[in-house]
Design a protein around this ligand. Structure first.
Ligand code: SF4
Length: 381
């Protein structure tokens, strides 16, 4: 059987993206609308490595237009609890949409249609029907799934309810199965500014990798994306499951630049917990990224506001230095052995709320402001 091909390029400058796209042996249909699915999970700019790079997407749009593409739209459903308008604004995509005339659709509010799914139906965006679908993920490490590339980027297609359902089902298998229900025609991995360490949000560290990848086999593209980060694709459970389901190739041919000239060993995420003095960040593997990062965001937002220090920041710092504080997140979370002050975060931890000494913060996910407000309930004993 012929192997899948994945095209790899190390760009010296972002402006080199368009000339590379022009050389790809790809036909873009003129009679179908094109949907670009970037990664705009969180309100932050591309320099963070967290979200898609407007400089590349602008060139992608120009290239698609030059190939005769008809209607082009961008579509994304940011993470749970995120204000889509803010995410689009901060990432620069509202301006990009205005400047290019390409509409930007909030998939968290979009019209949906039922698609067959193992054990029932899943509601996918109607805009994808009959469209030529370009998936445009970032290259990032991820606290729950080790990496987030093309297959995982498809989670942004889901309704908020299905996003929660995916987390409660352990993420890997549903993410692999999603490829059966929704298969991109083209995947372009944006690793110009990638993210290593405790991704996929601002807990990770941006890395100027300069690499971009393209291919029509989504699994093959993800496999090479893993190798770019020095990670074996078989270590990533959803890629292994998708491969076992026969959904793609993990050993594709690489065309263009050599992998060894582009790859870099990425710092891996701390999969178990983050420890800073007496602070413990206790996530189950089922915790969503935004919930899992809530304590960090709440601490940072309190630190930026000196008026909040005595009431909100000092109680946490006191506990970190003179005791222990455990932030607990995710479906099926438990109070860990030897726990200090427990702050149980989000609806998934509601079963802990009446336990003695537990401060429970409601929400799915709770906002950083709600969590910071809960800090004020921590006593210094
Ligand atoms: S409470 Fe948090 S971890 Fe649980 S489903 Fe909601 S966002 Fe995800």
């Amino acid at each position: 059987m012929k192997k899948a091909a994945v095209h790899l390029k190390r760009l010296k400058r972002p402006e080199d993206f368009y000339p590379w796209l022009e050389k790809l042996p790809l036909e873009i249909p003129r009679d179908r609308p094109v949907v670009i699915k970037p990664n705009l999970v969180y309100p932050i700019g591309w320099r963070s490595g967290v979200v898609s790079d407007t400089r590349l997407v602008r060139q992608l749009i120009e290239w698609l237009k030059s190939k005769g593409a008809g209607t082009i739209v961008m579509a994304e459903g940011p993470g749970l609890g995120v204000d889509a308008g803010l995410a689009f604004e901060k990432s620069g995509f509202t301006a990009l949409s205005r400047e290019t005339g390409v509409p930007l659709i909030d998939l968290n509010r979009a019209e949906r249609r039922p698609v067959d799914w193992p054990g029932g139906k899943i509601m996918l965006p109607a805009v994808l029907r009959d469209a030529y679908y370009v998936n445009l993920p970032k290259v990032k490490t991820h606290l729950n799934t080790l990496v987030t590339l093309g297959l995982k980027n498809q989670k942004g297609l889901l309704s908020p309810g299905d996003k929660k359902r995916f987390h409660k089902s352990g993420l890997h298998r549903p993410v692999a199965e999603l490829l059966k229900a929704s298969r991109p025609d083209l995947t372009i991995l944006d690793g110009f500014v990638a993210l290593e360490g405790d991704g996929p949000l601002a807990g990770g560290r941006p890395v100027r990798l300069g690499a971009v990848l393209a291919g029509t086999d989504p699994l093959a593209v993800d496999a090479v994306g893993c190798r770019l980060m020095g990670i074996d694709p078989l270590e990533v459970e959803h890629l292994r499951i998708a491969h076992e389901m026969g959904l793609g190739d993990l050993e594709p041919e690489i065309a263009g630049d050599r992998l060894e000239d582009c790859a870099r060993k990425f710092k891996r995420p701390e999969m178990e917990m983050l420890r800073v003095m007496g602070l413990r960040n206790q996530r189950t593997p089922l915790a969503c990224s935004l919930c899992g990062g809530a304590a960090r965001e709440a601490l940072f937002s309190s630190a930026r506001n000196p008026a909040a220090w005595p009431r909100k920041l000092l109680p946490v710092l006191w506990r970190m230095v003179f005791g222990r504080i455990d932030f607990v997140y995710g479906h099926r979370a438990q109070v860990p052995e030897g726990a200090g002050q427990v702050v149980a975060v989000g609806e998934c931890t509601k079963h802990l709320k009446d336990l003695p000494g537990v401060i429970w913060v409601e929400g799915c996910p709770p906002s950083p402001e709600m969590l910071a407000e809960a800090f004020a309930r921590i006593n210094k004993r």
